[in-house]
Design a binder for this molecule. Sequence first.
Ligand code: GUN
Ligand code: FE
Length: 411
Amino acid sequence: MSLTALYKGHFIDTPTPGEFRVRKEAVALVEEGKLLALEKEVPARFSSFSVTDLGEGVVIPSFIDLHVHAPQHMQMGAGLDLGLFDWLENLTFPGESRFADEDYARKIYPLFAAELLRQGSLRSVVYGTVHLESTLILAQALMDQNAPDDLKETSEASFKGSEAFCRRLAGQDRVRPIVTPRFAPGCTEKLMQALGRFSQRLDLPVQSHLSETLPEVQWVSQLFPESRSYTDVYNDYSLLGPASLMAHAIFLSDEEIDLILERKATLVHCPCANINLGSGIMPLGRYLDRGVSLGLGSDVGAGHTLAMYRSVVQAVQVSKLLRILRPQENHRAVTLSEAFYLATMGNGKFFTRQGWGPCGAFEPGMSFDALSIDMGLPEAVNMSPLNHLERFLYSGDDRDIKTRILAGREL
Ligand code: GUN
Ligand code: FE
């Protein structure tokens, strides 16, 4: 295989959240999986190479899912009239405990990996279960699909499992571990302390859930009376820093936002899950304006689809709802380009920070991760590339994703 590849198409990305950047009829020069340049024409020195035509639709950076539960894929959509605690107890914990059976994991996890790929999420940060062997099967399934990341979930008795998991993943280049205290109410102080130290000692990222529902916030204040707030709980156990991903973060006080900013932690918005479980609405516009590091996740199975383009639209929609419902609080609507930025460039910053190399847009030096989209519109419609992308984000589906490219490799 040649290390150089040329692709032509209408390229759209969001190097900054403020607006879509459209480069019509451009040629991407890709070398060793990275974008060298996006040119108007094929430069003379590349004239001997053939050019792959990515079609009349649009080419966008592939999606990144920053918060998704692999073992919940099969329960997607089930029991969503319940609130968080009842949903966890009645659907989620029983469903996850089935992964004690490795044969079950072997049957189920490849389907999850295939669906991520089908929906155009070529990188992801994933929760497994406490079962070591099954979660290694998940890691393998994700590697086989070329979706590069997987993680390990740890609960009380399984700190040893975390160490074993990291040891077993050592040397893998497409999957890496992340320390995962599920959420503060599910962890003892001892476990949180051990995981905090562990993540620091091995320089590993951390993921958890933060402030998703009001009853949960209340519960945490009773369980951890020594900590000033829910956010402080993670901070007190050395689990809050630049490599921490905290999902939901709906009910944060100003002091908690200050702490998130100070620690440079990333908040992961999961609008689909928040609506399904009736949890609340994250004030995303406010966080963006305060300069908080943000990402976007499907949160399947509380979210009901792995399609990140759905989460992009939902982020916009719930921000409009928040403005409508609480006019006295001056919330603003988030724009489509801001939400798209989160699902690509914003989420990509986690991978960049973690040493995977830059990704998330079509900038020189970035990993060439791309999807070609074509909604098959009649020629007479003559739609602009940007309108074509907007139409896909709102009303397209996986059938419109024609090509998937990760690090210059067509999948
Ligand atoms: N809080 C603790 N565990 C979970 C989970 O699996 N999903 C969601 N949405 N919230 C959680
Ligand atoms: Fe979650």
